[in-house]
Design a protein around this ligand. Structure first.
Ligand code: ZN
Length: 134
């Protein structure tokens, strides 16, 4: 079951400059930085109430985030829903006719298992499911 919006993923060109904006202009606290090698990104996390902001800077030109920046510039990249059953959630989406990017969840940032649905079958929103690793 989907429990809540876990985080918004935001593509940025420069993590440190973006962190400065969130800290100084918005007064949010960066509570974690991490590199996710499999996705070729560096991430930084902020908390806004129960919802997190995940900043994503590409670490390589063939990173999915580099491609996104090239096409769209900086901005909201994905929305992530927290679930207590990521496998079941994925299966349910597929059974409902949704195309998935990952049939099998993989290890994302912040000690979570994650998987993405294809924006072509989610009305334009790259959608992530995430679940706390057990
Ligand atoms: Zn995410």
């Amino acid at each position: 079951m989907i429990q809540q919006i876990d985080h918004l993923g935001i593509a940025v060109r420069n993590l440190d400059e973006s962190i400065e904006y969130y800290e100084k202009a918005l007064g949010l606290h960066c509570h974690g930085k991490e590199e996710v090698a499999s996705q070729k990104v560096k991430t930084a996390f902020f908390e806004a109430g129960d919802v997190h902001i995940e900043l994503l800077e590409p670490t390589s030109e063939d990173s999915p985030i580099a491609k996104f920046l090239e096409k769209n510039g900086e901005g909201i990249h994905h929305i992530a829903f927290r679930t207590d059953d990521i496998e079941g959630q994925l299966k349910h989406a597929q059974d409902s006719g949704v195309r998935v990017i990952h049939e099998v969840p993989f290890e994302g940032a912040a000690n979570k298992m994650v998987a993405f649905l294809h924006p072509k079958s989610t009305h334009g929103v790259l959608t992530e499911f995430c679940m706390e690793k057990k």
